[in-house]
Design a protein around this ligand. Structure first.
Ligand SMILES: C[S@@+](CC[C@H](N)C(=O)[O-])C[C@H]1O[C@@H](n2cnc3c(N)ncnc32)[C@H](O)[C@@H]1O
Length: 219
Protein backbone atom coordinates (compact mmCIF):
# COMPACT_ATOMS: atom_id res chain seq x y z
CA UNK A 1 0.00 0.00 0.00
CA UNK A 2 1.52 3.29 -0.99
CA UNK A 3 0.21 6.78 -0.41
CA UNK A 4 0.98 10.01 -2.15
CA UNK A 5 2.11 11.93 0.88
CA UNK A 6 3.07 15.01 -1.08
CA UNK A 7 -0.48 15.99 -2.11
CA UNK A 8 -3.11 16.05 0.61
CA UNK A 9 -5.91 16.51 -1.96
CA UNK A 10 -5.31 13.00 -3.36
CA UNK A 11 -4.34 11.14 -0.21
CA UNK A 12 -7.05 9.93 2.15
CA UNK A 13 -4.30 8.86 4.55
CA UNK A 14 -2.80 12.38 4.76
CA UNK A 15 -4.11 12.78 8.32
CA UNK A 16 -2.25 9.62 9.33
CA UNK A 17 0.95 10.83 7.69
CA UNK A 18 0.58 14.25 9.34
CA UNK A 19 0.20 12.54 12.72
CA UNK A 20 3.36 10.53 12.06
CA UNK A 21 5.27 13.69 11.08
CA UNK A 22 4.03 15.62 14.13
CA UNK A 23 5.01 12.74 16.39
CA UNK A 24 8.53 12.50 14.93
CA UNK A 25 9.06 16.26 15.26
CA UNK A 26 7.74 16.23 18.85
CA UNK A 27 10.38 13.64 19.82
CA UNK A 28 13.02 16.25 18.94
CA UNK A 29 15.52 13.72 17.56
CA UNK A 30 18.98 14.42 16.20
CA UNK A 31 19.57 10.98 14.64
CA UNK A 32 16.65 9.20 12.92
CA UNK A 33 16.33 6.06 10.78
CA UNK A 34 13.53 5.21 8.31
CA UNK A 35 13.67 1.43 7.76
CA UNK A 36 12.06 0.09 4.56
CA UNK A 37 11.93 3.68 3.31
CA UNK A 38 10.92 2.86 -0.28
CA UNK A 39 10.64 5.55 -2.91
CA UNK A 40 7.15 6.85 -2.18
CA UNK A 41 8.33 10.03 -0.53
CA UNK A 42 7.51 9.73 3.17
CA UNK A 43 11.25 9.92 3.87
CA UNK A 44 11.32 13.39 2.32
CA UNK A 45 8.18 14.50 4.11
CA UNK A 46 10.01 13.59 7.31
CA UNK A 47 13.25 15.21 6.15
CA UNK A 48 11.37 18.45 5.45
CA UNK A 49 9.61 18.36 8.80
CA UNK A 50 12.76 17.83 10.90
CA UNK A 51 15.28 20.59 11.75
CA UNK A 52 18.25 21.07 9.43
CA UNK A 53 20.77 19.65 11.91
CA UNK A 54 18.99 16.26 11.97
CA UNK A 55 20.59 13.26 10.26
CA UNK A 56 18.09 10.86 8.69
CA UNK A 57 19.23 7.39 7.60
CA UNK A 58 17.01 6.11 4.77
CA UNK A 59 17.32 2.31 4.63
CA UNK A 60 15.95 -0.21 2.16
CA UNK A 61 17.10 -3.63 0.93
CA UNK A 62 16.20 -2.67 -2.64
CA UNK A 63 18.91 -0.38 -4.07
CA UNK A 64 16.63 0.77 -6.91
CA UNK A 65 14.48 2.83 -4.51
CA UNK A 66 17.42 5.23 -4.28
CA UNK A 67 17.53 5.83 -8.04
CA UNK A 68 16.32 9.24 -9.25
CA UNK A 69 14.02 10.90 -8.34
CA UNK A 70 14.80 9.79 -4.74
CA UNK A 71 18.03 11.78 -4.64
CA UNK A 72 16.69 14.74 -6.62
CA UNK A 73 14.31 16.18 -4.04
CA UNK A 74 15.21 19.80 -3.58
CA UNK A 75 13.20 20.95 -0.57
CA UNK A 76 14.87 18.62 1.94
CA UNK A 77 15.89 20.36 5.14
CA UNK A 78 17.98 17.78 6.95
CA UNK A 79 20.80 15.47 5.85
CA UNK A 80 19.56 12.21 4.29
CA UNK A 81 22.05 9.31 4.19
CA UNK A 82 20.98 6.24 2.20
CA UNK A 83 21.90 2.68 3.20
CA UNK A 84 21.11 -0.54 1.31
CA UNK A 85 20.44 -3.08 4.05
CA UNK A 86 18.14 -5.92 5.08
CA UNK A 87 16.23 -4.98 8.21
CA UNK A 88 17.35 -8.24 9.86
CA UNK A 89 20.97 -7.21 9.30
CA UNK A 90 20.44 -3.55 10.16
CA UNK A 91 23.77 -1.95 11.09
CA UNK A 92 23.83 1.78 11.69
CA UNK A 93 26.93 3.97 12.19
CA UNK A 94 25.69 4.63 15.73
CA UNK A 95 22.64 4.21 17.95
CA UNK A 96 19.90 6.66 16.97
CA UNK A 97 17.23 8.63 18.82
CA UNK A 98 14.30 7.35 16.75
CA UNK A 99 13.69 4.52 14.32
CA UNK A 100 10.45 4.61 12.37
CA UNK A 101 9.07 2.21 9.85
CA UNK A 102 5.92 2.43 7.71
CA UNK A 103 4.42 -0.39 5.61
CA UNK A 104 7.46 -2.66 6.12
CA UNK A 105 6.35 -5.29 8.63
CA UNK A 106 3.34 -6.36 6.56
CA UNK A 107 5.82 -7.77 4.03
CA UNK A 108 7.98 -9.73 6.47
CA UNK A 109 7.60 -13.40 7.48
CA UNK A 110 9.23 -12.70 10.88
CA UNK A 111 8.17 -9.21 12.00
CA UNK A 112 9.29 -9.67 15.62
CA UNK A 113 12.89 -10.37 14.53
CA UNK A 114 12.82 -7.17 12.48
CA UNK A 115 11.46 -5.08 15.37
CA UNK A 116 14.08 -6.60 17.70
CA UNK A 117 16.81 -5.62 15.27
CA UNK A 118 15.47 -2.09 15.00
CA UNK A 119 15.15 -1.82 18.78
CA UNK A 120 18.82 -2.80 19.12
CA UNK A 121 19.84 0.40 17.29
CA UNK A 122 17.68 2.80 19.31
CA UNK A 123 19.56 4.42 22.19
CA UNK A 124 18.19 3.89 25.71
CA UNK A 125 15.45 6.49 26.15
CA UNK A 126 14.96 6.77 22.38
CA UNK A 127 11.79 5.81 20.51
CA UNK A 128 10.50 3.15 18.12
CA UNK A 129 7.64 4.25 15.85
CA UNK A 130 5.67 1.83 13.66
CA UNK A 131 2.83 2.44 11.20
CA UNK A 132 1.10 -0.51 9.51
CA UNK A 133 -2.36 -1.41 8.15
CA UNK A 134 -5.13 -3.72 9.24
CA UNK A 135 -5.93 -4.59 5.64
CA UNK A 136 -9.00 -6.72 6.31
CA UNK A 137 -10.94 -3.82 7.87
CA UNK A 138 -11.72 -2.25 4.46
CA UNK A 139 -15.44 -2.27 3.54
CA UNK A 140 -17.77 -1.14 0.74
CA UNK A 141 -21.39 -1.02 1.91
CA UNK A 142 -20.42 -3.35 4.76
CA UNK A 143 -18.83 -5.93 2.45
CA UNK A 144 -15.12 -6.76 2.84
CA UNK A 145 -12.89 -5.34 0.11
CA UNK A 146 -11.57 -7.83 -2.38
CA UNK A 147 -7.99 -6.58 -2.08
CA UNK A 148 -5.53 -9.31 -3.10
CA UNK A 149 -3.61 -10.09 0.09
CA UNK A 150 -2.24 -13.54 -0.84
CA UNK A 151 1.22 -12.15 -1.55
CA UNK A 152 1.29 -10.10 1.66
CA UNK A 153 2.90 -11.95 4.57
CA UNK A 154 0.98 -10.12 7.35
CA UNK A 155 -1.97 -8.16 5.92
CA UNK A 156 -3.34 -7.42 9.43
CA UNK A 157 -0.01 -6.66 11.12
CA UNK A 158 -1.48 -3.39 12.44
CA UNK A 159 -3.29 -5.49 15.05
CA UNK A 160 0.05 -6.68 16.42
CA UNK A 161 2.06 -3.46 16.76
CA UNK A 162 1.32 -3.01 20.46
CA UNK A 163 2.33 -6.63 21.16
CA UNK A 164 5.49 -6.35 19.03
CA UNK A 165 6.66 -3.20 20.81
CA UNK A 166 5.90 -4.70 24.21
CA UNK A 167 7.83 -7.85 23.27
CA UNK A 168 10.98 -5.85 22.56
CA UNK A 169 10.81 -4.01 25.88
CA UNK A 170 8.82 -0.87 25.06
CA UNK A 171 6.69 -0.14 28.12
CA UNK A 172 3.04 0.79 27.53
CA UNK A 173 3.29 1.85 23.87
CA UNK A 174 0.95 4.59 22.64
CA UNK A 175 -1.39 3.79 19.77
CA UNK A 176 -3.60 5.68 17.34
CA UNK A 177 -5.67 4.50 14.38
CA UNK A 178 -6.86 6.16 11.18
CA UNK A 179 -9.71 4.94 8.97
CA UNK A 180 -10.58 7.12 5.95
CA UNK A 181 -14.30 6.92 5.13
CA UNK A 182 -16.65 8.49 2.57
CA UNK A 183 -19.14 7.82 -0.21
CA UNK A 184 -18.14 6.36 -3.58
CA UNK A 185 -17.12 9.69 -5.13
CA UNK A 186 -15.17 10.87 -2.10
CA UNK A 187 -11.40 10.78 -1.72
CA UNK A 188 -11.73 7.41 0.02
CA UNK A 189 -13.86 6.07 -2.86
CA UNK A 190 -11.47 7.29 -5.53
CA UNK A 191 -8.50 5.82 -3.63
CA UNK A 192 -10.34 2.49 -3.45
CA UNK A 193 -10.99 2.61 -7.20
CA UNK A 194 -7.29 3.24 -7.87
CA UNK A 195 -6.33 0.41 -5.50
CA UNK A 196 -8.76 -2.23 -6.79
CA UNK A 197 -9.67 -1.07 -10.31
CA UNK A 198 -13.35 -1.21 -9.33
CA UNK A 199 -15.36 2.03 -9.12
CA UNK A 200 -17.66 2.04 -6.10
CA UNK A 201 -21.23 3.25 -6.67
CA UNK A 202 -21.43 7.01 -5.85
CA UNK A 203 -23.83 6.28 -2.98
CA UNK A 204 -21.85 3.36 -1.50
CA UNK A 205 -20.27 3.89 1.91
CA UNK A 206 -16.55 3.20 1.68
CA UNK A 207 -14.31 2.50 4.66
CA UNK A 208 -10.64 2.07 3.77
CA UNK A 209 -8.24 -0.22 5.66
CA UNK A 210 -7.31 1.14 9.07
CA UNK A 211 -3.75 2.32 9.65
CA UNK A 212 -2.31 1.86 13.13
CA UNK A 213 0.43 4.09 14.50
CA UNK A 214 2.21 2.69 17.56
CA UNK A 215 5.17 4.15 19.37
CA UNK A 216 7.01 4.08 22.63
CA UNK A 217 10.22 4.63 24.52
CA UNK A 218 13.02 2.06 24.53
CA UNK A 219 14.30 1.34 28.06
C1 LIG B 1 5.39 -0.80 0.89
S1 LIG B 1 6.98 -0.12 0.80
C2 LIG B 1 6.86 1.17 2.01
C3 LIG B 1 7.72 2.34 1.68
C4 LIG B 1 7.66 3.51 2.67
N1 LIG B 1 8.08 3.09 4.00
C5 LIG B 1 6.30 4.14 2.74
O1 LIG B 1 5.73 4.21 3.82
O2 LIG B 1 5.78 4.56 1.68
C6 LIG B 1 7.99 -1.33 1.64
C7 LIG B 1 9.47 -1.09 1.47
O3 LIG B 1 10.16 -1.98 2.35
C8 LIG B 1 11.27 -2.53 1.66
N2 LIG B 1 11.58 -3.82 2.27
C9 LIG B 1 10.86 -4.96 2.20
N3 LIG B 1 11.46 -5.95 2.86
C10 LIG B 1 12.59 -5.42 3.40
C11 LIG B 1 13.64 -5.95 4.23
N4 LIG B 1 13.62 -7.22 4.60
N5 LIG B 1 14.62 -5.13 4.61
C12 LIG B 1 14.65 -3.83 4.21
N6 LIG B 1 13.69 -3.27 3.41
C13 LIG B 1 12.68 -4.06 3.03
C14 LIG B 1 10.82 -2.65 0.23
O4 LIG B 1 11.92 -2.68 -0.67
C15 LIG B 1 9.97 -1.39 0.07
O5 LIG B 1 10.72 -0.31 -0.42
Amino acid sequence: METNTGDDSSDPYAQATDHLLDLLVSLNPHLVADVGCGDAGVTFDVAQALPSDTILYAIDHDPTVFDPPFNEHTKVHCTVTTLVQEVNELTLPTEVDVIFSRFLLLNLPAPLAAVERMRHWVRPGGHLVLMEPITSTGRVEGHPLSVGTDEIANPDIGLRLYELLTNVGVNEPSIAAFTPVGLGESLAGRYLAAMTGVDPDPTSFVSLPTLVLAWGQVQ
